[in-house]
Design a protein around this ligand. Structure first.
Ligand code: ASP
Ligand code: MG
Length: 416
């Protein structure tokens, strides 16, 4: 059994869905489990819906209409008028409309999950119907029936035992399975999500539980590159890499790999292949136990939209262990991801990734106990296996706010 994952970019338009079908046509004998994300920028757009609904602004329906029209245009290109998939998709959106008619609950993450999860349900409904239409018989499965989680909305923790027995029972490998990434469900049947870009993680959960031969993540890049082509020129494609090194890169924010994806694969020794859906015949990057990094190179990772929080005690007391424990539990509560920590006697500086709405709540809560200074819109450059001076070209003319290095990794936070 193989597990495939297709992200938003691979299904951003009708062409993309046809291309996915062409790839699956070649692998249909393997009856892969295919995990799919929301189409294109749908998740971002649904986040806007969730936010305006939660803040009781009046444009939630208008924003939802944009998401609907985007999908209707794709449907119209793929199907003849009157195909049942039009109704199926409409019904999914009606559920969101009902939710928007109610008053929002006080917990934003809960509302977020109920609304944003629809993106994956719609995309898989469309892809599954299209594949059936062209003769690639498949079974659509609602991932919420299989991936069971706790109720930590927006960043739910998977119940592996329960999910494992449900997945093994439901997926027998008799047909191609189409299912959603990113979403799960609590024991009370409330939809949860596993964190932004969490579809890779979903795919790894399926691969691990099903003891898959490998997980293939189909991307719009030829494989894992040593630098993000959006920000760096002449990136090098990596042919192979160990899990350990991939985990380090994901931790520092290499955008091709979601940090939680690798652990479940590593523990079952299931290789991960990253391949291009644009050139599916080409070899991608092979990540497995004890693989050497080939070619040997440095890695450059740039994370944008970093917030620097500088936290000190109100009475200028030392920042000690009990403060740190409290600070980190508040950060966890608001799903802040810490990318860099620097501690001094009286203050702790953290570069974090944060949803802008959550940032306000986080700062409000921290400010009750601490003096907080913060800067937003910073960028974090991480270089793994750096050589002296590697960063100079990239940082020319930039204002460096913080920097840190150990034997293998250098990190520099700067004004973008
Ligand atoms: N659609 C979700 C997101 O954009 C999950 C994913 O794409 O992995 O974050
Ligand atoms: Mg994605």
């Amino acid at each position: 059994m193989k597990v495939f994952k297709f992200g938003g970019a691979s299904v951003k338009d009708a062409e993309g869905i046809k291309n996915l079908a062409t790839i699956l046509e070649q692998y249909k004998e393997h009856k892969p489990v295919v995990v799919i994300s929301a189409m294109g920028k749908t998740t971002n757009n649904l986040e806007t819906v969730a936010r305006s609904f939660y803040l009781k602004q009046d444009n939630a329906f208008e924003e939802l209409d944009k998401v609907k029209s985007f999908h209707t245009a794709i449907l119209t290109e793929l199907f003849k008028k009157g195909h049942p998939v039009f109704d199926a998709v409409t019904n999914l959106f009606v559920e969101v409309e009902w939710a928007l008619e109610e008053s929002p609950r006080p917990e934003y993450p809960y509302e977020y999950d109920q609304i944003v999860s629809i993106g994956e349900l719609v995309s898989t409904t469309i892809v599954s119907a299209y594949l059936n239409e062209i003769g690639l018989k498949n079974t659509w499965i609602d991932a919420r029936d299989l991936i069971k989680t706790d109720n930590k909305h927006q960043e739910a923790i998977v119940d592996w035992d329960l999910s494992s027995s449900l997945i093994k029972k439901a997926i027998t490998g008799d047909t191609i399975t189409i299912t959603q990434g990113f979403i799960g469900c609590t024991s009370e049947n409330f939809t949860t999500t596993l964190g932004r870009e969490g579809s890779d993680y979903s795919a790894a959960i399926f691969a691990s539980i099903l003891d898959a031969k490998k997980l293939v993540i189909w991307k719009d890049v030829p494989g894992l590159l040593n630098a993000d082509p959006r920000y760096f020129s002449n990136p090098i494609k990596i042919e192979s890499l160990s899990f350990q090194e991939a985990i380090e890169l994901a931790y520092y924010g290499a955008s091709v790999i979601h940090p939680k994806t690798l652990q479940p694969l590593k523990s079952k020794n299931i290789p991960l292949e990253i391949r291009s859906f644009i050139k599916p015949e080409e070899k991608g990057t092979w990540i497995a136990e004890n693989e050497a990094t080939l070619p040997e190179t440095s890695f450059y990772i740039l994370k944008k939209n970093q917030t620097l929080l500088s936290i000190s005690a109100l009475d200028l007391d030392f920042i000690v262990e009990n403060h740190l424990a409290q600070i980190f539990s508040i950060l966890a509560k608001y799903n802040a991801r810490v990318n860099l920590i620097q501690n001094s006697a009286v203050s702790c500086s953290l570069a974090v990734d944060l949803d802008s709405l959550q940032a306000e709540f986080l700062i409000e809560e921290l400010s009750k106990t601490y003096r907080i200074k913060y800067n937003t819109g910073l960028e974090l450059l991480t270089i793994r296996h750096f050589s002296e001076g590697d960063e100079q070209e990239i940082l020319k003319g930039k204002e460096v706010v913080l920097s840190q290095e150990n034997r293998s990794t250098k990190q520099v936070l700067f004004v973008g």
